[in-house]
Design a protein around this ligand. Sequence first.
Ligand SMILES: [Zn+2]
Ligand SMILES: [Zn+2]
Length: 428
Amino acid sequence: MSDIAYLKRLFRTYYKEKRSEIPTVSLFDNREFGYIPWDKQIIMKRHMSFKSQDSITKHLINEGPRHVYFSGALYEQPEIQDMDGKGYQGCDFIVDIDVDHFYTPCKEDHDFWYCKECGKSGLGMVHKCPKCGKSKIKTLAWICDKCLDVAKGEIIKLIYDFLIPDFGISLSQMRIAFSGHRGYHLKIESEQIRNLSSNERREIADYVSGENISLEILGLQKKSGTFYSFSGDTYGWPKKIIRKTYEILKKPNSEIHELLSEKEKFDFSDNYIKGFLNSKQDFIDKIANNKYFILPSIEGFGMTNWRKFFTGIVHEVGVEIDTPVTIDIHRLIRYPGSLHGKTGFKVQEIFPDELDDFNPLDEVNEKLDPIVFESKVQTTQKLEVLEAQVPATKIKGKTYGPYTKGEIIEVPHHIAIFLLCKEVVKTI
Ligand SMILES: [Zn+2]
Ligand SMILES: [Zn+2]
């Protein structure tokens, strides 16, 4: 049996065994469903509809698809091929937070890239080849608990710093899920929000990510030699910026130094940081005494550096969301309880109050554990490594690899499934 046929059979068995545990989604009849089969000739089958939870489960058991999706949108006739003919009735508000789309420092340890144009390869996150400048980049993106922690932090920020205080969304209107790979989804189900246009969704996306914020409009200015910060202190962005600034100022100098020098964040040189730290106490006092709108005078800090500093703060406060997902009202998202074909992990729904403790790669609560192929009896599988370099995989507290091409390895069942789904090994 080929490895693909083997994985398909495993996925089918999963759906058969777990049929009663697969969650349902609201307004089921009005959702469009889609899936990506294991057969690589077919990209995606979409425009499907199901009349009941039972009928989709049967379908999953028969097909064992590689990836399963449903629409955030509601349609009168979701099965109609032509988008205009479906009878669009509105769409839930969807946020995708995925470390594929933003920088994390640990990618230097576990994400490989390879230029298809000139053959250069390296570690980390690149958008174009540093050697030839072309963007024909093949990447091998790996799972990592640090990255997933960052992604979880972004979801928590989104909920408690934006959706609840600024938009009045309640926790009961939110559905959260671990994507089964490198991120989380959040869906808001509310009548009011379903009618938002794409443009209105973009405005919300820009607001929560801090994209296109004008610091000048918020109040940053220079008047008679003095720099002024933000005046509206009671709500929205000015309050968040000042609060975050204060939080950072309260950190030990060494941590502030590290943060302010980070290339992807503030990128200040040592001299500027020294000046900043010299005026730290003055800045703290000003904020503590509600005089934050007059900025302290810091050596070397003119408008350019103040703008740079607060842009960095905006970046810290804003949420790393994948905006195209939020504004696309016809987008399909992963079905809860389904398997992610790149990992063999379950798309796991989580309640907001479970988020803090949730640890997808080493979850103690069996009901929330996305690693579904771990067998009770320890069984191992022999595999041959196909990829030039396979990063280390840390699952359930144990590390496997790194591996190099041609190596013969023997790993537990759930690690084998993960590596097979990643297509970096073959069974022997
Ligand atoms: Zn190149
Ligand atoms: Zn990482």
